[in-house]
Design a protein around this ligand. Structure first.
Ligand code: NAD
Length: 350
């Protein structure tokens, strides 16, 4: 039997969850609740049941899953009270604004014996999955460095995201996705965090970030979010021991350049204004294979399929609390590094 879902916060993302639940093969939408009457009315107009209050949701014993899709500062209370009233909970990202809040959520889940996970839906992005598949295949050897970027040119959205009190800013909005992906791609302890934040269009919150991570083995990662860039930078670039890979943007396939031989008999120099260079000249096909890989097949709705199996105890949840906590630790380290204007060193790693 399908599990029943109630969505708290019927805005952009709450609407996504509600629409998904209406079409899902594993869950069904029981209703929604929003503090704004106009959003409740929009739901009624769409034929969706609207609860009178959040307390009415807590009192309803016939709900399997509460989805929290409110602005970031309003997650804690909804998550903890929903869990303690006996519901399984999915919270939108970024789950919390502090480790204390996140730990309180996990404690509530433990106390209630209920499942609690976070909607890190960009684990199903095909660009990320393409990079992951290349790493796992070993096609171009061990990873040296991964760069992951998203860029817009319209500044930060002018809703709650541009205010600190609601948990606004790009680290929390997009950084959270890119950091989560990166920690999946390099499953090692982090030993160094250095981050610079941008304030180009607003001073209140960051409207962009440039993060550099160093991992235990020396692997490095760059995570960059921009909202004031008028030429796209590549979505992913990865350097490995025997090749490199590039994904120009979400729509493009993944390009691979795989080294066949290190030594070259002859190098054709390139001409630059200052003279010729062989060091910076491109390789030819005698030592390099270049090809594209097909975009992986992915279905973001597998999040809910896994969720239902995890509630039934058949599968482990894909998005685990320990992983979410680590992403939060990295985001908090980003703010600290920027504020101190220095790299944070973690000799033991985390
Ligand atoms: P939004 O402003 O469009 O919607 C938020 C809704 O929550 C509003 O309708 C608001 O009235 C309501 N709300 C606020 N406080 C409430 C409360 N206490 N109880 C009930 N309703 C309340 O915002 P959004 O873009 O939908 O973002 C909501 C959450 O979803 C955020 O945490 C955001 O980071 C996340 N999000 C995730 C993704 C993703 O891809 N995973 C994408 C967008 C947003």
């Amino acid at each position: 039997m399908k599990k029943s879902v109630v969505v708290v916060g019927y805005g952009g993302q709450g609407g996504w969850h509600a629409n998904h639940a209406l079409k899902s093969d594993v869950v069904t939408l029981k209703g929604i609740y929003d503090i704004k009457e106009e959003r409740n009315q929009a739901a009624r107009d769409a034929g969706i049941f609207v609860y009178d209050s959040f307390e009415a949701i807590l009192a309803d014993k016939d709900i399997d899953i509460v989805v929290c899709a409110t602005p970031n500062d309003a997650h804690l209370d909804i998550v903890v009270r929903s869990l303690l009233s006996g519901k399984n909970v999915v919270c939108e990202k970024p789950v919390a604004l502090s480790l204390e809040d996140f730990d309180a959520m996990c404690d509530a889940a433990k106390q209630a014996g209920k499942l609690f996970t976070v909607h890190q839906n960009r684990r199903w992005d095909v660009d990320f999955l393409a990079i992951k598949s290349i790493i796992e295949s070993g096609a171009i050897g061990e990873t040296i460095n991964i760069e992951s970027r998203v860029h817009g040119s319209r500044g930060i959205p002018s809703d709650w995201r541009c205010h600190k009190q609601y948990g606004g800013g790009m680290v929390l909005d997009w950084g959270v996705h890119l950091i989560d992906q990166m920690l999946q791609l390099i499953p090692e302890k982090i030993t160094k965090v250095y981050c610079e934040l941008n304030n180009i269009t607003t001073d209140e919150v960051d409207d962009g970030m440039h993060l550099m991570l160093t991992f235990e083995s020396g692997k490095r990662a760059t995570v960059e979010v921009g909202t004031y860039n008028f030429i796209y930078m590549p979505r992913f670039y990865m350097q490995c021991k025997t090749g490199s890979t590039l994904i120009e943007d979400w729509q493009k396939k993944c390009k691979i350049a795989k080294m066949k031989a290190w030594n070259e008999k002859e190098v054709m120099p390139v001409q630059t204004a200052a003279g010729i260079t062989k060091t910076m000249a491109p390789r030819d096909e005698i030592t390099l294979d270049t090809y594209e890989i097909e975009r992986p097949v992915s279905d973001v709705h597998d999040f809910y399929r896994n969720l239902v199996k995890a509630i039934d105890g058949v599968e482990a949840p894909i998005v685990k609390q320990a992983e979410v906590r680590r992403v939060l630790q990295v985001m908090l380290a980003c703010f600290e590094s920027h504020e101190k204007n220095q790299a944070l060193i973690f000799p033991e790693g985390f």
